[in-house]
Design a protein around this ligand. Structure first.
Ligand code: NAD
Length: 263
């Protein structure tokens, strides 16, 4: 993938940046010149060599805890004076019918996906207001645009992220703060996808059915890759998207458009 963006001297925080889409985003932005701070609770040791080479700082941060999100953002601000870009990307799935969801599972899913995004926005916007603006990109999902039968609580959390993105986009345009989100379809080579595939009786069959559900993915006979979502996040975060705010950008190979014509 080409690295067409210029993030020279931009200070960036990526939550859930130690794996999958977040990791690809952190690496892409660091290669484009950004000072990148990653917050995560897993995979922290796995990236040491690559992240050190790229100057990416990895911090233990559970996005369900406000004090830890605040500390992550303050770490970036303390070192570079501001935060220019925040990518609220940490997320977990919950494949369960509503009658089987426990309160603890609801809390884990909604707190990670939604409350973590709220904490990130809250603390980044404080600094962005003080320093003339910034850009926030939230990782929502196709599940934030359409209802989903197999993981309703996940879908609820992602719909709320789209709503939060639109509301904050409306509130903070006047402050030169842009807030957007990406809505990926099924992305391969991620922890979340591997967890789902590992639980499937027919891994190859499930993979193929997800590829077939996305017209462009089907045309290329492969899943969407983390770097393809990272590239869209970079676009939304970059000055190329200066007039884009409050949008929910689908990166799903056309999956959410409906049933394609047959034949
Ligand atoms: P992933 O599991 O590879 O990455 C998610 C990262 O978030 C992991 O590094 C994980 O450790 C981290 N994380 C989880 N809980 C956390 C917490 N409480 N605090 C901090 N970090 C935490 O999966 P991914 O697919 O790269 O997921 C990234 C985002 O993309 C998620 O928000 C997910 O909902 C979204 N998404 C994924 C897909 C997909 O098909 N993989 C599709 C649409 C949206």
């Amino acid at each position: 993938m080409t690295n067409q963006y210029d993030f020279e001297n931009q200070t960036v925080v990526v939550t859930g940046g130690s794996n999958g889409i977040g990791r690809a985003t952190a690496i892409m932005m660091a290669k484009a010149g950004a000072h990148v701070f990653v917050g995560d609770i897993n995979h922290l040791e796995e990236n040491k060599e690559t992240f050190t080479q790229l100057g990416i700082v990895e911090v233990t941060c559970d996005v369900r805890r406000e004090s830890q999100v605040q500390a992550l953002i303050e770490r970036a601000v303390d070192q570079y004076g501001t935060i220019n870009i925040l990518v609220n990307n940490a997320g977990i799935g919950l494949v369960k019918q509503i009658q089987d969801v426990t309160e603890a599972e609801w809390d884990a899913c909604v707190d990670t996906n939604l409350k973590g995004t709220f904490f990130g926005c809250k603390h980044a916007i404080k600094y962005m207001l003080a320093t003339g603006g910034g850009s926030i990109v939230n990782t929502a999902s196709n599940a934030g645009l359409l209802p989903r039968a197999h993981d309703p609580v996940y879908s609820i959390s992602k719909h709320a992220i789209v709503a939060l993105t639109e509301s904050l986009g409306l509130c903070h345009g006047k402050d030169n703060i842009r807030i957007n989100c990406v809505c990926p379809g099924p992305v391969g080579e991620t922890g979340m996808m591997n967890d789902d595939l590992d639980k499937a009786d027919d891994r190859a069959g499930l993979t193929q059915s997800m590829i077939r559900a996305s017209p462009i993915a089907a045309a290329h006979n492969r899943m969407i890759q983390p770097e393809e979502v990272a590239s869209a996040i970079c676009y939304l975060a970059s000055k190329d998207a200066l007039m884009v705010s409050g949008t929910a950008l689908r990166i799903d190979g056309g999956k959410s458009l409906g049933v394609p014509p047959q034949g």
